[in-house]
Design a protein around this ligand. Structure first.
Ligand code: SF4
Length: 649
């Protein structure tokens, strides 16, 4: 069924063993001086081992003044070469080829990162970073051109198989290529041919230093999705010129910082949202084309190749979520692939905060060496209470180490609140992680008991060595008059299908759960009013998913009342003090409470001073995001499994 993905293809003279590409994604795993670390090398080695044909490294700065993040890779002087050589050596233990992406941040960075003002073609701040950049002089432009060439040569010396010039996403090269950011009136600004002068000089300089046979790629934003920026009309004209200048492969992405959601889209965005741009580019060039963006399933990747949309498929976050995706595809183990769910919690949000990236579904990301599960020396009886993602992660980790694991879940379904998170529109893929966990538990022989409340008596009767409490949280009942009336239901029960709201609904609580529940109800054609005490709704949400959620609520005519406090609930509606002045009555048949949750520690409090060891994880300790609960579950599973691993945590 999967044939094209495993057919080798050449980039220039270099054969790439298959069409799976890890695209550049900044990890923040390097040292602050741009040298690589053991963590960074292990991260890429795991992907090479997993069978990816081509890795294009994270953006690697060609100049200290071109860094975009505090701990990104750099290759701006010869003393950095050895650390990069250690990376290429480790990747080359496998069949994988590795390109270095050479990069300059331009204005999309901060003085905080570099201790210097950012630079740009024109003195106009990036609409996101909002820092005034220094306008490059012609002499400074020539200097940066040389630096790109010098870094490319160092890459060749360090053992990389090729380089990719980062000409997309609104960084320096893209800034020169676009009238959105380039307002120069000299030979580097104005018409398309002048705007291409900087990238063309870079390609020429790189090629003159690395020689004719060394593969050189170019990443382009085929559409910037900003007013006045490049569109496919502009970039269709640019691509053949770049090809004639000597590049060997074109990597087709889109967007810039002002449109980040286009190139790192959340789950609400359709799969392969930029593939149409790759298809357009393929019509105008004769070199291989790489397509990228929200492609998380090998079946989709295969269909892009079969349909002639692209020659290679880059699956970025999919490679974070499961480094072994190509190997599992080759073995037709599709249900074992741990899919990226487009949550953005661990990757994009951490990067926005200039922190090392993590992954919600893959707690081992960036800790590939230290969190490897070793077979347990002594087999223990492990009992997990709670079948949410944290509890299941702990069960899987302990079972992988060879322990005898049983899991007790009081409801009739696994997944807990994470499953409920998959119910609103645009969130369906969250359920794929639950499916993966259930599948893993089955494979590892975890004994799962649904509809079973783990009482003290039951636990003691099982004579466990280790008990892991992952009982999660219960919805909070607010101190509002009328909160116990019959027309009042909880958002958890609405999303789980236990309760059904009538036609006219007021949702109280505009956090992400309340806003998503409002969207779910509006999607069923209900008239929905969402009431929030704060000035904004869904502020606990990541910016990408939040943007799409707000658009959906507006499209479906959900009435949103912010700065509004519910005074009382009646059998026929809700009385609200809005803006601190008016008291209004909103008629409603049903009232849905989404006012947060509190830790469920009832069982944990009964398990003190027992002969067995007890760990409490996730929301049962403190209400947090799923990322934390899952990581805690994994670490707890390791704690059970290997003391050596615990010491290294
Ligand atoms: Fe995908 Fe979420 Fe992991 Fe990021 S954190 S790679 S979006 S699953």
């Amino acid at each position: 069924m999967i044939k094209n993905l495993f057919t080798p293809m050449k980039i220039g003279a270099l054969e790439i063993p298959n069409r799976f590409v890890v695209p550049p994604m900044v990890t923040n795993y390097c040292n602050s001086d741009g040298t690589t670390t053991e963590r960074y090398i292990s991260y890429y080695e795991a992907r090479a081992k997993g069978g990816w044909g081509l890795i294009i490294t994270e953006a690697c700065a060609v100049d200290p003044r071109g860094r975009g993040f505090s701990f990104m890779a750099g290759l701006w002087n010869d003393s950095q070469i050895d650390s990069h050589r250690a990376l290429t050596k480790n990747v080359h233990k496998y069949k994988t080829k590795i390109f270095l992406q050479i990069f300059h941040a331009g204005r999309q960075t901060s003085k905080k990162v570099m201790d210097m003002d950012p630079v740009a073609p024109s003195p106009i701040p990036c609409p996101v970073k909002m820092e005034m950049p220094h306008e490059l002089t012609v002499e400074e432009i020539h200097d940066i051109v040389e630096k790109f060439g010098d870094s490319a040569l160092r890459a060749k010396t360090a053992g990389y198989d090729g380089v990719e010039i980062h000409g997309s996403h609104g960084f320096l090269i893209a800034e020169f290529m676009s009238s959105f950011s380039n307002k120069r009136t000299d030979q580097y600004g104005g018409c398309l041919s002048n705007r291409l002068r900087f990238p063309l000089e870079i390609i020429e300089n790189v090629r003159s230093k690395v020689g004719p046979d060394f593969p050189v790629g170019f990443r382009i934003s085929a559409d910037e999705f900003v007013t006045g920026g490049n569109t496919i009309v502009d970039t269709r004209a640019m691509a053949p010129i770049l090809e004639n200048a000597g590049i060997n492969v074109l990597h087709v992405s889109a967007g810039c910082y002002a449109s980040t959601d286009k190139f790192i889209p959340p789950s609400a965005v359709p799969h392969g949202n930029l593939t149409h741009l790759a298809a357009e580019m393929k019509k105008v060039v004769n070199i291989p084309v790489i397509s990228v963006s929200r492609i998380n399933d090998p079946m989709i990747a295969e269909s892009l190749l079969a349909g002639g949309i692209a020659d290679f498929v880059a699956m970025g976050r999919a490679s974070l979520a499961d480094p072994n995706l190509p190997r599992k595809t080759a073995e037709s183990k599709f249900a074992e692939i741990r899919m990226c769910i487009g949550c953005e919690q661990g990757c994009l949000e951490r990067l926005r905060a200039d922190e090392p990236i993590r992954c919600l579904v893959n707690p081992k990301l960036g800790k590939e060496k230290e969190l490897t599960i070793q077979p347990a020396k002594e087999k223990k009886k492990v009992l997990v209470v709670g079948g949410g993602p944290g509890g299941m992660t702990a069960a899987i980790a302990a079972a992988e180490a060879g322990h005898e694991v049983s899991l007790f879940e009081k409801s009739d379904r696994l997944g807990g609140q994470f499953y409920l998170a998959s119910i609103p529109p645009g969130k369906g893929e969250f359920a794929s992680f639950i499916h993966w966990q259930i599948n893993q538990m089955h494979k590892l022989g975890v004994e799962v008991h649904l509809n079973t409340t783990a009482t003290l008596h039951l636990i003691e009767s099982k004579e466990p060595d280790e008990v892991i409490i992952a009982t999660g949280a219960k919805p909070k009942v607010p101190h509002i008059s009328g909160a116990h009336l019959q027309n009042v239901i909880f958002s958890f029960d609405v999303l789980s299908g236990k309760e059904e709201a009538d036609q006219n609904v007021v949702v109280i609580g505009g956090g992400s759960v309340g806003a998503e529940t409002a969207n779910y109800l509006a999607n069923q054609g209900k008239n929905v009013t969402l009431v929030e005490v704060l000035p904004k709704i869904a502020i606990d949400y990541e910016p990408g998913p939040r943007k799409y959620l707000l658009e959906e609520l507006a499209d479906k005519n959900v009435t949103v009342l912010v700065n509004s406090r519910v005074h009382s609930i009646k059998y026929n509606g809700v009385s609200v003090e809005s803006g601190g002045i008016d008291k209004i009555f909103i008629p409603a048949d049903s009232v849905v409470l989404a006012m947060g949750a509190k830790s469920d520690r009832e069982l944990a409090s009964k398990l003190k001073d027992k002969s067995y060891h007890v760990s409490v994880i996730g929301d049962a300790i403190k209400i947090r995001k799923a990322l934390e609960a899952i990581e805690e579950g994994y670490l707890t599973g390791l704690l059970v499994s290997s003391l050596k691993s615990v010491e290294t945590l």
